[in-house]
Design a protein around this ligand. Sequence first.
Ligand SMILES: NC(=O)c1ccc[n+]([C@@H]2O[C@H](COP(=O)([O-])OP(=O)(O)OC[C@H]3O[C@@H](n4cnc5c(N)ncnc54)[C@H](O)[C@@H]3O)[C@@H](O)[C@H]2O)c1
Ligand SMILES: O=c1ccn([C@@H]2O[C@H](COP(=O)(O)OP(=O)(O)O[C@H]3O[C@H](CO)[C@@H](O)[C@H](O)[C@H]3O)[C@@H](O)[C@H]2O)c(=O)[nH]1
Length: 435
Amino acid sequence: MNVSIVGSGYVGTTVAACLADLGHDVVNVEIDTDVVETINAGEAPIHEPGLAERIAEHAGSRLRATTEYAAVRETDLTLLCLPTPQADDGSLELAPMRAGTEMLGEALAEKFETEDEDHLVVVKSTVLPGTTEEVVGPILEAETGSRIGEEIGLAMNPEFLRMGTAVEDFLEPDKVVVGATSERAAATLRELYAPILEREETTLVETDVREAELIKYANNAFLAAKVSLVNELGNVAKEYGADTYEVLEAVGLDDRISERFMRSGLGWGGSCFPKDVDALRAGAREQGYEPKLLDAVVTVNDAQPRRLVELLADHVDLDGARIAVLGLAFKPGTDDVRKSRALDVIAHLRAHDATPVAYDPVAIETVRDRYPDLEAEYADSAEDALEGADGAVVATDWPAFDDLSFDGMARRVVVDGRRIDVDETKLEVYEGLTW
Ligand SMILES: NC(=O)c1ccc[n+]([C@@H]2O[C@H](COP(=O)([O-])OP(=O)(O)OC[C@H]3O[C@@H](n4cnc5c(N)ncnc54)[C@H](O)[C@@H]3O)[C@@H](O)[C@H]2O)c1
Ligand SMILES: O=c1ccn([C@@H]2O[C@H](COP(=O)(O)OP(=O)(O)O[C@H]3O[C@H](CO)[C@@H](O)[C@H](O)[C@H]3O)[C@@H](O)[C@H]2O)c(=O)[nH]1
C-alpha cells in the first residue's frame, strides 16, 4: 500500500521504517528539515535499536521523507503521528494536532478535486476520547469540503511501542487496536497490518473510536500505577529492611499480577506515562470525576528522585560534593530524555549544592539540545564521571553499568535507583532506593 505518515518523531520514524519493512511504500511528512534530510540520507534521526539498519535498507526505495504535504496525495492512507504534549495545566495540548490536520486537509482537498479517489486518515497519536471524531474529523471536513464516510475515511489506531524496543514492539505487538468509523476504514487497516495480524501472538481488537482512544490511556495508566504501587511497596520494604525484589518476584508468580513491570526504584519518566496520566487526570476532572488514585500514582512517582538524593545525603555531605550521575535517558536503549528521572535527580543534587557529573552512553547530546541550562557537568565515560567523585547515583539501568569497577571514586558510595547488577563487595556503601 502507499502510506503517508505525518510527524516523523520517535513513533512516526519507527512506524515508517517498519511499514517499509513489511513491503509498503512509505513517505514521512515532517516539518523538521534536519529529520527529513537524515532519513533521505539513509540514517536514523533517533537512537533506537534496529531502526538505523531498516532506514539504511529502505531509504530511497520504499521509504522517503519530505516537508511537502502534497506527498500525501499519492498515498492511500495517512497515519497522524503528531505530538500531543501537555499544556501548562497538565491537560492535553491539541495545537500541533490541529495544525497538522489542517495542513493534511488542505493537501487532501486538492486530491479530491483532481481525482475521484478517497483517503483514509488514521490518528495514531495518543488523544483523549472524542478528539478523533470531534476535532480531527471536523477539521478534515472543513478543509476538504468532503464528508467523513464519503471521500474521507477516519480511524483511531493507538500505538503501544516502547522506546528502546520500538521496532520489535511495532512488528510483534500483543495487540493491534483499531477504532474505525466505517467497515471500509477497518478493512484498510487490516490490510495495512496483514503480516502482523497473521501472527498467532497478536490479537486484533476492533472497537468504536472512543474506546480505541481510551484503551491507550487505560493501558498507560495501568502500567504507571503498577510501577507506583511497586515503588510504594519498595519504600515500605526498605523501612522493614526487606528486599522488595525478592518479595515482588514471588508476588509476580501469581499470573493475575505477572512478573513484568515490577522494578522499583526511581520511578517512571519518558514522553508517555507522565503526560498521558496527567491528560487522563485533567480529562477526568473536566468530565466531573475526581481521579484520586491516579493523583496518588503521580505523587508517589514524583517523590522518588528526592528520596534518592536524601538517601545519598545520609552518607555524603552533598554541599560541594562531586556526584556521578550514571544515566540520563529515561530508560535504557533510547536517547529519549523527556521527563527522565535523572533530570530530577540532578535538580535535587543542585538544590543541595552538589556538582552532578553526568554520563550516558547515547543521550548526552539530546540533553544538551533540549536542556541547555541543566546545571550538570558531562563526562565522556562512566569511569570519567566516577573519577574523584564523592558519591554516585544510578539513574538509568544501562547494562554497561553492571560491569563498572567504581575504582576511581574518592569515596565509593553508590545509591542505586534502578537495581543494576553491581559488585557490592567493591563498594564502601551500596544502597538501593527501595531495597
Ligand atoms: N514515544 C513513544 O514511545 C510513543 C509511543 C506510543 C504513542 N506515542 C504517541 O505518539 C505521538 C507522537 O509521539 P512521538 O514520541 O513520536 O513525538 P515526537 O515529538 O518525537 O515527534 C513528533 C514529530 O512531529 C513533527 N511535527 C510537529 N508538527 C508537525 C506538522 N504540523 N507536520 C508535520 N510534522 C510535524 C515534529 O517535528 C516531530 O518530529 C504522541 O501522541 C505520543 O503520545 C508515543
Ligand atoms: O518495572 C518497571 C518498568 C518500567 N519502569 C519505568 O517506567 C518508564 C516507562 O517505561 P516503558 O513503559 O518501558 O517505556 P515507554 O517507552 O515509556 O513505553 C510506555 O509508553 C509508551 C508511550 O505511550 C507506550 O506505547 C508503551 O506501551 C508504554 O510501555 C521508564 O522510566 C522505566 O524506567 C520502572 O520504573 N519499572
